[in-house]
Design a binder for this molecule. Sequence first.
Ligand code: COA
Ligand code: MG
Length: 239
Amino acid sequence: MKTLIELKPNTIHIWSINFVVNDDGYQRYFSFLSEDEKERASRFKFYKDRRCYVVVKGVLRLLSGVYLNKDPKKIEFNYGKYGKPKFRHKTNLNFNVSHSGDMAIIGFVYDHTIGIDIEKIKDDFDTFEIASNFFSKVEITALKKIPKPEQYRAFYRCWTRKEAFIKAKGSGLSFPLDEFAVSLDSDLDANVLWTKWNTAEKHQWQLTSFVPSKGYIAAHIVDTKIENIQYFNWANQLG
Ligand code: COA
Ligand code: MG
């Protein structure tokens, strides 16, 4: 496993995780958590949410342990002003996590900022109602041009790309979502099109969409150009 997941500089590793595990698997992931995390896990009302928390934190610890050559149980995290987690000890390794439905994704990269988002695709809501609250004018106009059967997918492309961007920035809900725009008309062509505060900033970011599992869509973004992107499936090695 160690050689399989060696992460070189100028490379991005993206892990997809289905966090539906059996009781034994759950217990094993739980055993990697810190006392604080175990306590936090116990406060989830629904088992589904608790399992997501426990398995995703467990996998994050196991993978980080390999990348950092550390005991997964001893890894410590701290949190940015708006809650973005990072490693507490000094390292150039950065990561970001997202979960939706039964899936989670974790992205790792050295030396650069990364943001990641996954969404389970639903089609039981009014895309334009949500878009009018969250998207910029450029994006709403682009969404209107998409043929109706593809509008939900285009909506989620836009949503995951925007959210990956604000997660890279680490600023969460404090960030003005209508002050930047991303492309939304193709899975393959993902770009930051416009940033109101700095016209040159769009050139800096590398935005990528991908499909971690059928029925899901995801995006990741880094603050530099990195050609080497490797995708892995965490096949519930622990149960
Ligand atoms: N920046 C980056 N990552 C953060 C973060 C921040 N400020 N705060 C938390 N995270 C990480 C954590 O690892 C978190 O995992 P946890 O829930 O197990 O602690 C993970 O991101 C959650 O990401 P995701 O699964 O994608 O959650 P979300 O989509 O519900 O929320 C946040 C994303 C955390 C950034 C949320 O605070 C937020 O601001 N959401 C904005 C929602 C929105 O308006 N989106 C519009 C897109 S058009
Ligand atoms: Mg999200």
